[in-house]
Design a protein around this ligand. Structure first.
Ligand code: CMC
Length: 431
């Protein structure tokens, strides 16, 4: 950590405490309160971490006001246009873009780990057929720690690397297996001659009974979805991975924790929730009713796929995704189905309506990704698993960064206790 350049002074009661202030490469200054409790016998209160940096990181930067997202300094728009998912994985994991030899070596390493241990096939069979693929993924990724004992030692750099490659390589296979299992079709083995995104499509959509040819437009759109979801600094699931990892938990257990957190509808589950909402609205004439509900403080309903904690002008991922959505819908010849009509009208109204404009609630990445995945033929239950496998590289990069950080400590927030003061136990007969 660079030496602090400024000081902030906190005065309360009869105490005056000087706190160091760090200046990041980008973004607002950060007041370092690590010594606050020791010096001032006081905690800070910030549920939801709206003003708290929980770590140092050099991986991803978001400027919510400008609608900017950088992976290792590179704008997401440039990467989405010119790069590909595996190159972005390399960039996130190792800090710089690879040269041709490094990229070829990385692709080879990932490709050679795409199969899962054959015994895992039996493990899947323990799940109910109608399990949500995210439920299966939380279990199976956690269970990787029971299968890959030679990459569990977090203090061994080589084992950390092997665990990282294994997860990046196997998550598409596991997600596709979870899907195939849920629809009663046989598992499809990966085909290493296909690209990373094409392979996912193959494992999800091919069946032994007939030939499946990956459509390059769909493979490119899938690759782009993966790039756009690859990392997003300290969001809820990434923070979960870091918190789980801070105790020394093994990498597979940490990523399983991230998948569990991602599943929530306020986070990665929003893409499924959004498409289900669009279908629930059904027809354009019902939109005003849903807009009214979204604005009603007494109604818990929210417009799924709108709003973001950090982006307050637009979500740069959504811009790229919207373009991809148009390409995929064109290819699939989907121009006017009712869900799409509802989506377009909702987008138009929300971008003009005073409530949404004044609260800066723009369509986020999940609004468009659900539309694309639906057009590709994925059921809604697979939307969040695709987000999860795409985000795995981000989680691992952040986890590796944390493990390598010498100042890393177990995460242990404090609390503002509002419960009973100490009281004496009363035997049940006297209560
Ligand atoms: N529909 C209607 N009103 C909303 C919405 C929405 N989608 N989102 C926020 N608001 C209102 C909210 O009621 C509040 O109003 P007021 O100031 O009058 O109390 C105001 O906007 C600020 O909302 P907030 O809950 O304080 O904002 P937050 O930063 O805590 O929540 C969010 C961010 C993404 C959880 C929220 O906008 C939301 O629930 N959106 C829908 C779910 C969604 O699409 N999530 C995916 C996020 S992008 C992918 C990812 O990163 O996982």
């Amino acid at each position: 950590m660079a030496e602090p350049t400024k000081t902030a002074t906190l005065a309360f009661g009869d105490k005056v405490i000087d706190l160091p202030v760090h200046s990041p490469t980008l973004g607002p200054d950060v007041i370092d309160i690590r010594k606050l409790y020791a010096q001032g016998d006081v905690f800070t209160y910030d549920p939801g971490f709206t003003s708290t940096a929980a770590c140092e990181s050099a991986i991803t930067y978001i400027d919510g006001e400008k609608g900017e997202l950088l992976y290792r300094g590179y704008p997401i728009e440039q990467l989405a246009e010119q790069s590909n998912y595996l190159e972005v994985c390399y960039l996130l994991l190792y800090g710089n873009l690879p040269n041709a030899a490094q990229l070829a070596d990385f692709e080879q390493r990932v490709t050679r780990h795409t199969m899962v241990h054959e015994q895992m096939h039996y493990f899947f069979r323990g799940f109910r057929r109608d399990s949500h693929p995210m439920a299966t993924m939380v279990g199976v990724v956690g269970a990787m720690s029971a299968f890959y004992h030679d990459s569990l030692d977090i203090n061994d750099e080589w084992q950390r690397e092997v665990a990282a490659i294994r997860m990046i390589a196997k998550l598409p296979t596991i997600a596709a297996m979870a899907y195939k299992y849920s629809i009663g079709q046989p598992f499809v083995y990966p085909k290493n001659g296909l690209g990373y995104a094409g392979n996912l499509l193959h494992m999800c959509f091919s069946v032994p009974a007939e030939e499946y040819v990956v459509n390059p437009v769909l493979a490119t759109a899938m690759d782009r979805i993966m790039m756009l979801h690859a990392d997003h600094e300290q969001n809820a699931s990434t923070s979960t991975v870091r918190l789980a990892g801070s105790s020394g938990a093994n990498p597979f257990a940490c990523i399983a924790a991230g998948i569990a957190c991602l599943w929530g509808p306020a986070h990665g589950g929003a893409n499924q929730a959004c498409l289900e909402m669009l279908r629930g609205i059904g027809t354009v004439d019902r939109i005003p009713e849903y807009i009214r509900r979204a604005k009603d403080k007494d109604d818990p309903f929210r417009l799924m796929g709108f709003g973001h904690r950090v982006y307050k002008n637009f979500d740069p991922r959504a811009k790229v995704m919207k373009q991809s959505a148009d390409e995929v819908l064109d290819l699939m010849g989907i121009h006017n189905n009712p869900t799409l009509q509802v989506a377009k009208e909702l987008e138009r109204i929300a971008l003009e309506d005073d409530y949404f404009v004044s609260k800066k609630l723009y369509p986020n990445v999940d609004f468009y990704s659900g539309i694309i995945l639906d057009a590709m033929g994925f059921p809604t239950a697979m939307f969040t698993p695709i987000f999860a496998l795409s985000r795995t590289v981000g989680w691992i990069s952040q986890w590796k960064e944390m493990i390598a950080d010498p100042t890393q400590k177990i995460g242990r927030p404090r609390q503002l206790y509002i419960g009973e003061r100490q009281r004496n136990y009363i035997p049940v007969a006297n209560r």
